[in-house]
Design a protein around this ligand. Sequence first.
Ligand SMILES: NC(=O)c1ccc[n+]([C@@H]2O[C@H](COP(=O)([O-])OP(=O)(O)OC[C@H]3O[C@@H](n4cnc5c(N)ncnc54)[C@H](OP(=O)(O)O)[C@@H]3O)[C@@H](O)[C@H]2O)c1
Length: 229
Amino acid sequence: MFILGFRIGEDNQVKIILFSEISLDGKLTVGNCSSKELLESMSEKEIELIQQHRNKYDAILVGSETIKIDNPNLTCRLEHGVSPIRVILSSGLNFSFNENVFIDENRTVLVTSSNDEEKLKKITELNKEVLLVSATDLKDMRKIVCLLEDKLGIKSLIVEGGGSTNWSFAKYNLFDEIHLLQFPVLVGGKNTTSLVDGEGFQKIDLCVNYQFMKVEQYGTNLYLTFTKK
Ligand SMILES: NC(=O)c1ccc[n+]([C@@H]2O[C@H](COP(=O)([O-])OP(=O)(O)OC[C@H]3O[C@@H](n4cnc5c(N)ncnc54)[C@H](OP(=O)(O)O)[C@@H]3O)[C@@H](O)[C@H]2O)c1
C-alpha cells in the first residue's frame, strides 16, 4: 500500500532487530549521560559479537540524541568486515557536525523533516546523504522502513536506540528479533533512559509479545535473544 507516496509497512520485507546493552533493570545508561560507563564491563568477545552483527546487516539506525551524547562510530571493525549504512533520525539536524558519523568515510544517511538550507548543505559537503520526509512521516517507522527499502535497498536493519527510537519501532511491532547484552547491575532512576521509552502501551493486550530463543553467558554478562511471536 502507498500513502502519500510511501508504502506503509506491513508488507515490508526488511528484517529488523533491536540490539542493546542493558542493565538488570533495563536501563541503557547510568544517569542521563553516555552509555560508555555501562559498556565498560564488556569483554572482547562481547565487542566482537556486536561487530559480527554489524557485519551481517545492511544498515544500523539510531536517534539523534545517541549521536550527540555517545558520539558512536557505528561501524564494523572486523578485519574484512563491511560496515552497515548508518541511518540517523533527526527532525532538527541540531548536530555540531564534528560527530564521528559525519567525519569518517563510511556512509551516513540522515532521515529528516528539516528544511534548514544551511544544515542540508553542510551534510552534502560532508558527503553524507539526506532522505527528506514530512514531520508526520518521520514519526511513522512503518513508512521510514519502506522508504529505506525502496530508496536504499536496505533489507536488514539493526536498531541500536536509544529508548525513544526503540519505542518508535516497538509501538508498530516492527522488531523481528530482540538481542540484549545484559549486565548484572541495577541502575535505577525514573528519568534514566530505558530500553524502550516513549509513551508506552497502556493496556496489556496492546503489548508486543516475544518468544525466548536463547541465552548465552559471556563472563558475568548474559546475551539474550527473543523472536517475534
Ligand atoms: N546501552 C545501549 O545499548 C544504548 C544504545 C543507544 C543509546 N543509548 C543511550 O540512549 C540515550 C539516548 O536515548 P534517547 O531516547 O534520549 O534518544 P534517541 O532515541 O537516541 O534519539 C531521540 C531523538 O531522535 C530524533 N528523532 C527523530 N525522529 C524520531 C522518531 N521517529 N522516534 C524517535 N526519535 C526520533 C529526535 O530528536 P530531533 O528530531 O530533535 O533530532 C529525538 O529526540 C543516550 O544517553 C545513549 O547513551 C544506549
